[in-house]
Design a protein around this ligand. Structure first.
Ligand SMILES: Cc1cc2nc3c(=O)[nH]c(=O)nc-3n(C[C@H](O)[C@H](O)[C@H](O)COP(=O)(O)OP(=O)(O)OC[C@H]3O[C@@H](n4cnc5c(N)ncnc54)[C@H](O)[C@@H]3O)c2cc1C
Length: 384
């Protein structure tokens, strides 16, 4: 096997990196995940995700984790209500028959990010993940890479996989290309114990999702299994809006004032999202890797997920693509089709970039349509 007696370092313990670690470990490969979080509880994990039959779910099945997934997924959380800014319900999937179940190509079961990450972590051998390991840079050696982490410790790997997300430290070793700004900024937020702190919206979301569109702006809400309400707003902004606006996104009063101004024509009901200290907010300008990107293959380093093909979230594909990348890369490296690492990685990268570009184009088109004057009519067709 190509990876016999080789040390594999995966940088980043997100859904892509953890799935790859699990799949490689199943083949007996020596793999270590270096994750910058201090421990598994260090960070609030974001909203609910739907896994797709042909990508995220397929990877979980191959990883032998369907049972664990079925124990933690959230039936009904995929139901969408389409609203306008006045909170009038324009379309309601709760009134439609249930979607098909596992094994059906249109079934897209939802799972919260935290439980998904937990089930992947729990599937790994103890000590596979080295927490509190923020990669600062990596330098080539005769056969592999010397990894340098914050805190001045180092490690060696024969093969490095960059699964370190949007601001990957591994990506520049393969390509000088950088993500471009799409023209939109998301404010992501989470209201804890939403039944108490945002009761009207909590009742309205009904355990599922709300897509609210008006005036070329949007709010997407999802109910989480822990009783919190995850959401993200989106609007067109200049690239450096975060700095220019001067808003402190740690300060709920300042965030509420921004929302009241920029969403002034929306119903006061939405203000519930910004009326409690039991919340957090993260500003996310939306970037995307160039859709026609290429780079020369190297035999000892590869990328997957957002590190390779960062895209806006409007196709619901980012996690699914990261997990499918993990599946395809693990196959190329272990199933005997290739006689060299260069051949295996080259084949994987070509397909990965093609897939990534296809869904990134869909995601950008969806983002543009949702935030166009025609957004509601377009979204009605999507959810009908
Ligand atoms: C608001 C929002 C909503 C979204 N909704 C959806 C959705 O509904 N469905 C969907 O499929 N996708 C969605 N996405 C996209 C999705 O979150 C990403 O595509 C996905 O998480 C990518 O997975 P990944 O494993 O490649 O990277 P990440 O999930 O970003 O994981 C990267 C990991 O690397 C670690 N890391 C980063 N830098 C370093 C370093 N230097 N050293 C060590 N570790 C490091 C990070 O701590 C993290 O754990 C959404 C994104 C956003 C912002």
């Amino acid at each position: 096997m190509l990876l016999t007696n080789k040390k594999i370092a995966i940088i980043g313990g997100g859904p892509g990196g953890l799935t790859l670690a699990r799949l490689l470990q199943q083949q007996g490969v020596a793999v270590t995940v270096y994750e910058r979080d201090v421990d598994r509880t260090a960070r609030q994990q974001g909203a609910t995700l739907d896994l797709h039959d042909e990508s995220g779910l397929r990877a979980l099945i191959e990883a032998g984790l369907l049972d664990a997934f079925q124990a933690h997924y959230r039936p009904g959380a995929d139901k969408i209500r389409l609203l306008d800014g006045q909170a009038a319900i324009l379309h309601d999937q709760h009134q439609q028959p249930d979607t098909p179940t596992f094994g059906h190509e249109h079934f897209r079961p939802e799972i919260d990010r935290g439980p998904l990450r937990d089930l992947l972590i729990d599937s790994l051998a103890p000590s596979t993940i080295v927490w509190n390991s923020q990669l600062l840079n990596l330098a080539p050696t005769a056969n592999g890479w010397q990894l340098h982490f914050a805190g001045a410790y180092t490690a060696y790997a024969d093969l490095v996989v960059g699964a370190d997300g949007a601001n990957s430290k591994v990506r520049p070793l393969l390509t000088p290309l950088k993500p471009f700004f799409t023209g939109y900024t998301v404010v992501e937020g989470n209201v804890y114990d939403a039944a108490q702190h945002a009761p009207a919206l909590w009742a309205l979301v009904k355990g599922g999702k709300i897509f609210a569109l008006d005036g070329e702006k949007s709010i997407i809400l999802s109910a989480k299994g822990d009783g919190s309400l995850a959401f993200y707003t989106c609007q067109r902004t200049p690239e450096n809006w975060a700095q220019e606006s001067g808003i402190d996104f740690q300060n709920v009063q300042q965030v509420a004032a921004w929302f009241a101004h920029d969403f002034a024509t929306w119903s006061p009901l939405w203000g519930e999202l910004f009326a409690t200290e039991a919340a957090y907010f993260v500003l996310r300008p939306q970037y995307c890797m160039p859709l026609d990107q290429e780079w020369p293959t190297q035999s000892t380093i590869a990328l997957l997920g957002d590190a390779a093909h960062l895209m806006p979230p409007y196709a619901g594909e980012g996690v699914n693509m990261a997990m499918l990348d993990a599946l395809e890369l693990s196959r190329c490296l272990t199933d005997g089709r290739f006689t060299t690492l260069h051949g295996a990685i080259s084949y994987y990268e070509k397909e990965m970039r093609r897939r990534g570009s296809e869904v990134a184009a869909i995601s950008i088109e969806s983002m543009e349509q949702m935030h166009s004057p025609n957004g509601v009519a377009w979204m009605r067709q999507v959810v009908a």
